[in-house]
Write a protein that binds this ligand. Structure first.
Ligand SMILES: Cc1ncc(COP(=O)(O)O)c(C=O)c1O
Length: 404
């Protein structure tokens, strides 16, 4: 059934239709698809930089100019040209979560002292490798990790990742929460904290940082709840007694739907200042999604259009295995045609080429008739897509390009 609804809420200065043709980062997307082939991820260097600058500016305006630092969470997107570019901007360090990520960040130009490390379930081999990188700052997320690091680096400073047992994530999406009523593997709980401090002291370690990351994708409506997470974490800061820095993790979200309210960064930074700035604490933030997600598109080739029973399907030449968030976390990646001149739209199911029931890109996407189109793009594919890709069904091939 044709509808006159449109789907263009996602348009912005560097992404949208000009004379009916989709443009991104100063290029015609149709020309990119033709030249680069599909499936390809394209990332806008300028958008990544602008996203970081927006966060930095909000922190500065809130009064945290000389007392805040950004560490890009490279798990979101580790494409080497992107990391090298980020190093050149001088805007951020790196949040790494595995020894291989540390090695990769260093190979892209970051110094070990630019790296804040937060991970879970590390082996002895992992600790040995990390200990070779002098200057990497370790946030320990278990008492076991404090022992392991203390043996290797006695007398140094560490952070403790805590679990405040309250979490925040994208509206009503529990899959994106790392802390809450369900006990998780992440961080040290309040009832373990005294023991954690005693273990740290037994190795002469100074606990100079409290770290917490309690969920992903929060937007303005979740800020009040996010503030209550911060308030809960004050107990850890005060109890440790030696803390000068607080790392609030990542989790800053971007809109995925027309109905999403974008994150009000000034309000967000004001909350940080109110609780931590006024206490003289240095604030660290580890954004991944907010930096990279809306800076990336996934270019796809159309494979078929077919009505099956009550549903209109459009197939594309890539599946959920190269961008798993829609399937794993129910995060919709809006499909967008390469040209659009106001024709009526209809509900369309966009599906991939993997033999799994999970392989649905978008249900009921409001799209024009795509019969005569060769391509389609998915927006918000810049984070947790290529970095989480697998070779399922031996369909793991894709290309990546950084656009300047
Ligand atoms: C410890 C830690 N910091 C930062 C991040 C980045 O989160 P996001 O990409 O939602 O900003 C994550 C994501 O899982 C994380 O686990």
């Amino acid at each position: 059934m044709a509808e006159s609804r449109t789907y263009q809420w996602w348009q912005r200065e560097d992404l949208g239709y000009r004379e009916n043709e989709l443009h991104f980062a100063g290029r015609k997307v149709a020309a990119l698809a033709k030249q680069l082939g599909t499936p390809s991820f394209v990332y806008s260097a300028q958008r990544v930089k602008a996203n970081l600058e927006r966060i930095q500016q909000a922190l500065v305006s809130a009064g945290l100019e000389s007392t805040s630092s950004l560490y890009y969470a490279m798990k979101a997107n580790r494409f080497a040209p992107l990391l090298t570019f980020l190093k050149q901007t001088g805007l951020c360090g790196i949040d790494a979560c595995s020894p291989a990520e540390v090695e990769h960040a260093v190979s892209c130009g970051f110094a070990p002292t630019d790296i804040s490390f937060t991970a879970t379930s590390l082996s002895n081999a992992d600790f040995d490798l990390l200990a070779r990188y002098d200057g990497v700052f370790m946030d320990c997320d278990s008492i076991h990790a404090i022992h392991s690091w203390g043996k290797r680096k006695p007398g140094t400073s560490i952070g403790i990742r805590v679990n405040p047992a309250v979490g925040v994530g994208r509206a009503s999406n529990d899959k994106l929460q790392y802390a809450g009523s369900v006990t998780t593997k992440f961080g040290i709980y309040q009832e373990q904290f005294e023991e954690a401090l005693a273990v740290a002291h037994s190795y002469g370690l100074t606990v100079s940082k409290i770290h917490f990351h309690t969920g992903c994708g929060y937007l303005t409506p979740q800020l009040a709840h996010w503030e209550s997470v911060l308030e809960t974490c004050l107990w850890f800061i005060e109890t440790a007694g030696s803390v000068t820095r607080v790392n609030v993790g990542g989790g800053l979200g971007v809109p995925h739907l027309e109905t999403d309210t974008p994150l009000d960064l000034d309000q967000w930074a004001g909350i940080l200042y109110k609780h931590f700035g006024t206490r003289g604490l240095h604030v660290e933030v580890e954004p991944g999604d907010y930096v990279a997600k809306d800076a990336g598109l996934l270019l796809l080739g159309k494979t078929f259009v077919e009505q099956k029973r009550d549903k209109l399907f459009v197939g594309v030449d890539a599946g959920f295995n190269i961008a798993p968030e829609p399937a794993y976390y129910a995060l919709p990646f809006q499909p967008v045609p390469l040209n659009y001149s106001g024709e009526p739209c209809q509900a369309t199911h966009v599906v991939g080429h993997i033999n799994e029931a999970l392989d649905v890109w978008y249900e009921n996407a409001i799209l024009p008739d795509l019969t005569a189109h060769d391509h389609l793009v998915l927006i918000n594919a810049g984070a947790y897509s290529s970095s989480m890709a697998s070779n399922h069904c031996m369909r793991g091939q894709f290309k990546e390009f950084l656009l300047f």
